[in-house]
Design a protein around this ligand. Structure first.
Ligand code: TYD
Ligand code: MG
Length: 458
């Protein structure tokens, strides 16, 4: 094998230099050089080229090779569109303590129980620690192999030795490749170590799962620099002080990225949440101004979420606009439309709006719900508690119907809501639920009896 040489390459312009310097001689950027292996010049071009992939007619391509294999953890399989694809590399990112190791240990135990050999490499904890945790999680299985290892070459030897179907490396920031002198966790180490694991995954048809820690700011070398070399990036989120955990795909080469997986952290590890709408509405206080229930879609699953708004007098020269779990640009737009098209103004007032439960609502289908929550708080008038609201708002104040209207309302009906405020052309609500149709935002505000209007439908 050719001798490997380290170089420092600029992440901005690609200039490489043999020694680290603070300023790139190519583009004059500061602190842009990272260590890399310069093996290209030493390896013969034939070896680099690899084997030619002969073209075949598309109908003769064997798609089964890319069939996902279920992990047996329902919420994880939902986000992965079925499971782990052999030969793929999945990165699971999340803050320390959120439950990444727990999730993956449960997943590999379940895979082992289904008859496949798995190797869980912990670079952070001893085998004994992992075993103790596995006992608590009821995850002991003879086909689940453990190694406490930080050197990538040793991990690859273990893969050769036991030939698992799935390899978990926990975490990519704590393993290292000795050919690179930078410390574990540096950009160069993380990238090189991941690259070797990716190559092995493709060569052997091995599913590799990498754990990556991210900080609140999304910083730390790892997830960010790896996103383009892995097939799938999952984000594991939630508030460490609450039991709810959300798993979503940020990138997925083998399926949709809009599925949400929901877990609850318990003494027995992570449990899937079968009825998330009920969970999200559990702590709701009824009859409070500024609260509206919105039927959203998370992937193919309807989910009822409470949107809350608080409009307060402001002493600030430019009043505060704060959005949590909602798009702040969309919030500004809705405030402008409320003011210009429905006469609900927010001058000299701070505005706070949030989606309860740590969910993020990105779809415009929640527009009408958010707008009515704002108007409700502005005039201190509660929205009827048995009402759900959905519709997209245009700049003219007109309401547009949203996709999957029937499924959203069916979910609301299931949870006992009896009235739905929807755009004029929306489908009928299911039986037992009254459909209230409105054409504009102003009509919607009037329909729920907000402000000085007397035309309330209620
Ligand atoms: P962990 O999986 O170690 O997080 P990460 O790998 O993302 O850093 O889990 C962290 C927390 O989860 C830890 O504070 C303890 C808690 N926990 C439970 O509540 N129940 C359990 O069964 C397990 C294994 C952990
Ligand atoms: Mg961990």
């Amino acid at each position: 094998m050719a001798k490997l040489r380290a170089v420092f390459r600029c992440t901005e312009c690609g200039t490489s230099v043999p020694k680290w310097v603070g300023r790139c001689p190519g583009c004059e950027g500061w602190n842009t050089l990272v260590e890399e292996l310069d093996d290209v010049s030493k390896v013969s071009s034939a070896a680099l080229l690899g084997k030619r992939d002969a073209p075949v007619p598309i109908s003769e391509v064997d798609a089964h090779e890319w069939q996902p294999k279920p992990t047996g953890i329902g919420e994880l399989d939902r986000v992965l569109s079925g499971g782990l694809v052999p030969g793929s590399v999945t990165l699971v990112g999340g803050e320390p303590g959120i439950g990444k190791s727990t999730l993956l240990l449960q997943a590999v135990a379940s895979i082992a129980a289904s008859g496949s050999k798995v190797l869980y490499v912990s670079a952070e904890e001893s085998k004994q620690q992992v075993r103790l945790r596995a006992e608590r999680l009821n995850a002991l299985h003879p086909d689940l192999w453990l190694a406490s290892e930080t050197a990538v070459p040793h991990i690859l030897s273990s893969v050769d030795e036991i030939n698992p179907a799935v390899l978990v490396v926990d975490s990519i920031q704590t393993v290292h490749t000795p050919d690179i002198s930078s410390a574990s966790g540096s950009v160069a180490q993380v990238r090189e170590s991941a690259a070797r694991l990716v190559t092995t995954a493709k060569e052997r048809g091995l599913s590799v799962v990498l754990v990556g820690h991210v900080t609140k700011e999304g910083g730390l070398a790892g997830p960010r620099v790896l996103e383009h070399i892995v097939d799938t990036v999952l984000a594991f989120e939630g508030d460490r002080h609450h039991a709810l955990r959300l798993l979503r795909a940020v990138k997925h080469r083998f399926g949709a990225t809009d599925q949400l997986g929901l877990f609850e952290m318990t003494q027995q590890g992570l449990l899937g949440v079968p009825d998330p709408s009920r969970l999200f509405l559990a702590d709701r206080r009824k009859g409070v101004a500024g609260s509206v229930i919105v039927p959203t879609m998370e992937g193919d699953r309807p989910l009822l979420v409470e949107v809350q708004a608080l409009v307060a007098n402001s002493e600030l020269p430019s009043p505060r606009r704060s959005a949590q779990g909602l798009d702040s640009g969309r919030l500004s737009l809705l405030l402008a439309v409320l003011s210009e098209r429905a006469g609900v103004t927010f001058e000299k007032r701070d505005v706070y709006a949030l989606a309860v439960g740590g969910v993020k609502i990105v779809e415009p289908a929640a527009d009408l719900g958010v707008a009515l929550a704002l108007a409700s708080s502005r005039f201190n008038t509660p929205i009827p508690e048995d009402l759900v609201v959905c519709g997209e708002i245009g700049l003219g104040g007109e309401l547009r119907q949203v996709a999957h209207g029937e499924r959203r309302l069916a979910e609301a009906a299931r949870l006992g809501f009896t009235r739905a405020l929807v755009p004029r052309l929306a489908p009928d609500a299911p039986e037992g639920m009254k459909t209230i149709r409105v054409g504009t935002l102003a009509e919607a505000v009037a329909a729920v009896g907000i402000g000085d209007s007397n035309s309330s439908e209620f």
